[in-house]
Design a protein around this ligand. Structure first.
Ligand code: SF4
Length: 356
């Protein structure tokens, strides 16, 4: 595999979008069904429009594995998503991530060595079931598979909590503290039964609380969703009293509690489609590209962002990057997940799939 020639990438990125799109279409036409182009919903519209499929990370990985063809899966999203496609893909498929440096900051907050250290420290007072959010690295997914745990998405997190508490006395939830807390509260677990493990503190920071806690949350967060505040909600309530607010469960608890509805990316799409009418006004607390795409799809609704919310690493995927990867597809670096990590990640994923 050849190293990426950044001068060429930069030269491509300086070309007009129309030219880049035409060249991308030309390469796609040349390869036909051998290429399956996937775009996460947080990608810009120009990218989602070029894709075979757009959706959330798990749905996209499943679609690619079922695609008739798809020798090359080109994943426009962040690294853990491309890894998920490599885990779920068929053995005849190869996964390409147009910018291998585009990681998810939240997924990268849970590092295996630190997670193992916490895991050992919280043992001793009942069986602990590890649960990781889909937005985690492959080795954290494998860690959960190896230790009797599972994976959840933002749409099935509550069912996953039920599954875990039928098998153990406590849940170790990774890597998003907010999704974990919002799910625990929705599940009926009280705040006093929730503890947080802070990897930056030697003993996690709440050593006395872990033995009695029902849920231990890893102290990770999405920098995009964590930025939504109570003040944003109060501003909307004051100046747009007839509007509604819908947020993703990666937002802090205080914001989720004040919103009119809380749910996954898929839930937000369905909410706009089925629970709003022409003329309705809606403020959405999630990544800006999803909001802009919804606003374009439903021009008769007034759809706004709750606050500025661009995911910078999603934004690293550009038309120029995609074209470079496609034009160099035979020699572009592959996303490779070692076999043992793939195996145990699939164990965790299979447990999740039995729940949905
Ligand atoms: S929006 Fe948040 S969780 Fe999603 S990729 Fe960006 S940093 Fe990660």
């Amino acid at each position: 595999m050849n190293a990426i020639d950044m001068d060429k990438v930069r030269a491509l990125e300086s070309l007009p979008d129309d030219e880049l799109e035409n060249r991308i279409r030309a390469v796609r036409a040349q390869y036909g069904k051998d290429i399956c182009l996937l775009a996460h919903l947080y990608q810009r519209k120009r990218i989602t429009q070029l894709a075979d499929f757009s959706g959330d990370s798990f749905g996209l990985s499943k679609k690619a594995s079922e695609f008739d063809g798809g020798k090359y899966i080109v994943f426009c999203g962040v690294r853990f998503m491309a890894e998920s496609a490599a885990i779920l893909g068929r053995s005849d498929q190869e996964v390409i991530h147009p910018d291998p440096e585009a990681g998810c900051p939240m997924a990268d907050m849970a590092n295996l060595t630190e997670v193992q250290k916490a895991w050992e420290a919280i043992q001793g007072s009942g069986t602990v079931i590890p649960v990781t959010y889909m937005n985690s690295t492959a080795d954290i997914k494998a860690f959960c598979g190896k230790n009797g745990g599972t994976i959840c998405t933002s749409s099935n997190a509550t069912q996953t909590f039920k599954w875990a508490l039928e098998r153990g006395q406590k849940i170790f939830f990774l890597p998003d503290e907010h999704l974990g807390r919002n799910t625990a509260i929705r599940f009926g677990i009280s705040e006093k039964d929730i503890a947080v493990w802070d990897p930056e503190k030697e003993d996690g920071g709440q050593a006395g609380a872990y033995p009695n806690a029902k849920v231990i949350l890893w102290r990770g967060y999405c920098p995009v969703h964590q930025k939504f505040t109570v003040r944003d909600v109060e501003h909307v309530r004051r100046f747009y009293p007839k509007s509604r607010i819908v947020v993703h469960p990666e937002v802090p608890k205080e914001v989720a509690e004040l919103a009119d509805a809380v749910g996954s990316t898929g839930f937000i799409q369905e909410y706009v489609k089925n629970q709003t009418e022409p003329g309705d006004e809606l403020f959405i607390g999630t990544e800006i590209n999803l909001i802009q795409n919804l606003a374009a799809d439903y021009p008769d609704r007034k759809i706004h962002k709750l606050h500025r919310s661009l995911c910078l690493t999603m934004y690293q995927i550009t038309l120029g990057r995609i074209l470079y990867a496609l034009e160099n597809i035979e020699n572009f670096e592959r996303v490779v997940v070692p076999e043992d990590i793939k195996h145990y990640s699939r164990v965790a994923l299979d447990r999740m799939l039995k729940l949905v």
